[in-house]
Write a protein that binds this ligand. Structure first.
Ligand SMILES: Nc1ncnc2c1ncn2[C@@H]1O[C@H](COP(=O)(O)OP(=O)(O)OP(=O)(O)O)[C@@H](O)[C@H]1O
Ligand SMILES: [Mg+2]
Length: 660
């Protein structure tokens, strides 16, 4: 068998391109750092006449610092990705860029040889066949060989799965990946790890916000555009310096929206007093600047909404409607979305989580974003083969370990918890039934004598009359069982899954309690695992209440009482009565009379000795306990099969990853 190649995954973006490497057999992705101390590199290529082109940071830098004379020779190309299908120039820039990255890396002694790796390229899930064909061609022309294409959102999902932000089982439910990057904004709903719906906007991206800040700069520094144009710097200021201002502003606002921000923009002055309200106002009435439009046009970009420049655009609302319209158009109900992954650099805008939670009606805790959201896609793509291997192993181990887990951990836990519950219920019910209800009647009977049939009736009547109190006792005890047992089981399960490097979510109990209230929260066809445990315990508690009711006061027979204390008292008194009556009436007749005969107190006292009453009490409690324990066996079996189910679901989740 040949050793599998290591993986090189590429998230080729409009603004930035990210390269991640990962061994095939070990989940340890590393982002390739091209010497800037940051992930990835700007998707930029600088053609320099006869000299070989520069890419990434050096390209931008060189262009920014070049003299007018040098600039005449230069041609800077960026943001060509969205246009590789529609523009041959963009496709050529992409090919040259990708080829030059490898060449430059080799010169920098950065190990980045596509020939020694299995190469995975991300593609937007929006992208159609034409785009895929084009990317494959570009990759091959640029020396990356025959690359594997994978949907970008899957990369984001795998990354978060690896970080245990949700379980493999949950990954199968609806997860919305929002990739808000430099040039585009993509939405993809993944179900069972497959993109079931995707939509997006090929024009909505971070570069519009760069332009917003560019205009802000022009407003505050009149005349600066002329200076810039004279120096041939507009492109650089626009797509580089203003982007930096934007990111700085956005990061500050994410921290504190009441701050005011000042920032200088190279030699072109500065932006002062930028605040959230000012930004929102500008975003509401955004109109692409002529500079920006010219830039785009000169690159052959076809972006109607931007290039037309006819109507003011509300940028934040554009994001909101992209999300909402897509949901509506694809008929995605918001309750199909269990979690949202925010990826892409622009998802760091503080308005993004606001809009998403509002539009989807989701709690913020359902949103996740890595601290480097722009890097998650390439990292996630790079770990796929290693993750698949590890999931395959985990899956087998889980299967093997399940019986042991049930036997050694689940069963004893359930036993311990239910035992103490059952003992508690039995003790409480005994003291209620026996001490408070039966004993006073028996005491009175001892004092006054009377007939067995009347005794039996008054016991039955009293027990019946107090039934509400028994139920209250059971209710109270149930409460602790209901809350305690699922909680402990979940903890056990979580630890067990975690020992295999899997997550089952943070607080599954709370979540399912919510789910139980608004049933629509989870998809109807998704079995709700933890709900299952809750339900089982709930069902058990109800069964147990019925058992207690039936055994104490149920039916006409008063089953346990009749067999226990009541029956015993009756038996003892009747025995004595028969003995007494037989002398006068003969045995047969005495037996007939005994039940209704009004026994004198001295006979009763003789039979119902305090020690016997105490023993009777103990008997009653034990019988009750035994009855209840019989019920708990059913619970144990049921819970075990639930846990099997949960494990199977996780295993299926793992299997889906291995089949990607
Ligand atoms: N803190 C931030 N706040 C707002 N935007 C940011 C922040 N950090 C980075 N960005 C923006 O994110 C964009 C880059 O994101 P990313 O690298 O994900 O895009 P991309 O993959 O190159 O583009 P695309 O996915 O559209 O092809 C840039 O516009 C950048 O300015
Ligand atoms: Mg991207």
């Amino acid at each position: 068998m040949t050793e599998p190649n290591n993986i090189l995954a590429i998230d080729f973006g409009t603004t930035n391109t990210y390269f991640s490497k990962c061994p095939a057999d070990q989940i340890s992705p590393v982002g390739v750092d091209f010497g800037t101390g940051r992930d990835g590199l700007p998707t930029a290529i600088l053609y320099r006449g006869d000299r070989e082109p520069l890419v990434g940071e050096p390209a931008l830098h060189e262009y920014g610092e070049a003299s007018d004379e040098e600039r005449k020779e230069y041609r800077l190309r960026t943001q060509f990705k969205p246009d590789i299908v529609s523009s041959d120039e963009a496709a050529k820039a992409a090919t040259d860029f990708l080829r030059a990255v490898v060449e430059q890396a080799q010169r920098q002694h950065i190990a980045l040889d596509p020939g020694k790796h299995d190469v995975i390229f991300g593609v937007p899930s929006e992208a159609h066949g034409a785009y895929r064909t084009r990317v494959s061609q570009i990759a091959s022309d640029a020396g990356y060989g025959d690359v594997r294409l994978l949907d970008e959102p899957k990369g984001a999902l795998l990354h978060h799965l690896w970080h245990k932000d949700f379980s493999p089982e949950e990954a199968r439910r609806g997860i919305l990946v929002i990739d808000f990057g430099g040039g585009t904004c993509d939405f993809a709903l993944l179900q069972s790890l497959q993109v079931s719906h995707s939509w997006g906007d090929m024009e909505l991206g971070g570069r519009l916000f760069d332009d917003l800040f560019f205009q802000w700069l022009l407003n505050q520094n009149p005349g600066v555009l002329k200076t810039m144009e004279k120096a041939g710097d507009t492109y650089y200021v626009h797509s580089y310096l203003c982007r930096e201002v934007k990111e700085f502003f956005s990061l500050t606002m994410a921290r504190d929206r009441t701050e005011k921000v000042n920032k200088s923009v190279g030699r072109y002055g500065s932006l002062r007093g930028m605040d959230w309200a000012g930004f929102v106002e500008r975003a509401k009435h955004y109109l692409p600047s002529p500079t920006f439009v010219l830039n785009m046009e000169s690159m052959g970009v076809r972006a109607n909404r931007i290039l037309q420049r006819q109507q003011e655009i509300d940028l934040i609302d554009w994001f909101r409607t992209s999300l909402a319209h897509g949901l509506a158009e694809k008929a995605v109900a918001t309750d199909q979305i269990s979690r949202v992954i925010l990826a892409g650099g622009s998802s760091q805008w503080p308005f993004v989580p606001d809009v998403v939670t509002e539009t989807l009606g989701l709690q913020r805790s359902r949103l996740m974003r890595s601290d480097r959201p722009y890097a998650v896609i390439s990292q996630g793509l790079a770990i796929l083969p290693a993750l698949q291997r590890s999931f395959e192993e985990t899956r087998d181990k889980l299967r093997q370990d399940l019986p042991r887990f049930c036997r050694i951990q689940v069963r004893p836990l359930v036993q311990r918890v239910t035992d103490s519950y059952v003992s508690g219920v039995a003790a409480d019910v005994t003291s209620e039934v026996f001490d408070r209800t039966i004993r006073p009647i028996v005491e009175e009977f001892r004092e006054k004598g009377g007939s067995v049939s009347i005794l039996r009736e008054s016991v039955a009547a009293q027990v019946k009359a107090n039934e509400g109190r028994f139920r209250a006792i059971i209710e109270r005890r149930m409460h602790t069982l209901r809350r305690g047992l699922p909680g402990e089981l979940n903890e056990l399960l979580r630890d067990w899954f975690e020992s295999y490097g899997l997550s089952v979510g943070e607080r599954p109990i709370d979540e399912t309690q919510q789910a139980a209230v608004g049933q629509a929260f989870v998809q109807p066809d998704t079995p709700d695992l933890y709900g299952g445990i809750m339900e089982t315990v709930g069902w058990f508690v109800v069964a147990l209440a019925a058992t207690v009711a039936a055994s104490v006061s149920g039916g006409g027979g008063l089953a346990l009482l009749a067999a226990g204390p009541a029956g015993w008292i009756a038996g003892a008194v009747i025995g004595a009565a028969v003995t007494f009556l037989a002398v006068r009436y003969g045995m047969t007749r005495a037996k007939e009379l005994a039940d209704t005969w009004n026994a004198p107190a001295w006979i009763v006292k003789n039979v119902l000795l305090p020690s016997r009453i105490a023993k009777m009490r103990g008997d009653f409690q034990n019988r009750l306990k035994e009855t209840l324990q019989r019920e708990t066996r059913a619970l144990q079996d049921e819970l075990e099969s639930r846990i099997r189910e949960i494990t199977e679901k996780q295993i299926e989740g793992l299997s889906e990853v291995t089949q990607l």
